[in-house]
Design a protein around this ligand. Structure first.
Ligand code: DX5
Ligand code: ZN
Length: 227
């Protein structure tokens, strides 16, 4: 199980310290939400910020591109220190070439699916990706409420992975707290992106420890009860 705090919910006036704090919290990855004001109605930060915080963290950098033109950003983020780059399946025919470009940069590849998009849109790419990100809110802003209707998509992703013996991770992002993380874990998720619920706690370390304990204890046999 991977716990990935999202830097979007950190204190932007002290990002270096926040990155260092996350690095020491027991979290596995740092999730970095990149918003371009076009693919989503909000702007966050770019490669220069990722490069600036990189020396303050030893964590795996999971860079989530919510951007209409990721092709112009792949190299800058790869150079800035991304370990994985996630693009959105909603980009249509651009997806396949983008996947190969990310691989050629020597980075892991993630593919994200928005709540209104059918999970079947991701099916053709399952054998080419390292991670499938099931968005559990409509992307653009932190602090939104988890959309329960996304749970069957996690189950479908898990069924495909098992049946086809594929190694991709199943990540969830948006409205993840201890309660919804447990529901996602029971449905088959293994990677949990959480902003508000983790950074909102006084002790990030205690919050990460608790979430890890909860998702590790979630019984997959109870998946149907979660829906
Ligand atoms: C949503 C982003 C998320 C966001 C999650 O647009 O992709 O990663 O930071 O934030 P919370 O956990 O606050 O919903
Ligand atoms: Zn994200």
């Amino acid at each position: 199980m991977i716990i990935a705090p999202s830097l979007l919910a950190a204190d932007f006036s002290r990002l270096a310290k926040e990155s260092a704090r996350t690095s020491k919290s027991g979290a596995d990855w740092l999730h970095l939400d990149i918003m371009d004001g076009h693919f989503v109605p909000n702007i966050s930060f770019g490669p220069a910020v990722v490069k600036a915080v990189r020396p303050f963290s030893k964590l795996f950098f999971d860079v989530h591109l919510m951007c209409s033109k990721p092709e112009i950003l792949l190299e800058p983020f790869a150079k800035a220190g991304a370990d994985e780059i996630i693009i959105h399946v909603e980009l249509g025919e651009q997806v396949e070439p983008l996947i190969w470009k990310i691989k050629n940069l020597g980075k892991k590849v993630g593919l994200a699916v928005n709540p209104p998009t059918a999970i079947t849109e991701a099916e053709p790419f399952l054998d080419k990706i390292d991670l499938l990100l099931v968005m559990t809110v409509n992307p653009g802003f932190g602090g939104q409420e988890f959309i329960h209707e996304t749970l069957p998509k996690i189950q479908q992703a898990e069924t495909w992975r098992r049946e086809r013996k594929l190694p991709y991770r199943i990540s969830v992002d948006g409205g993840i707290n201890n309660q919804t993380a447990a529901e996602c874990a029971r449905a088959g998720a293994d990677t949990f992106v959480a902003g508000t619920s983790l950074f909102g706690q006084r002790s990030l370390k205690a919050a990460v420890t608790k979430m890890r304990k909860i998702v590790n204890g979630a019984d997959p046999g109870l998946a149907d009860l979660a829906i």
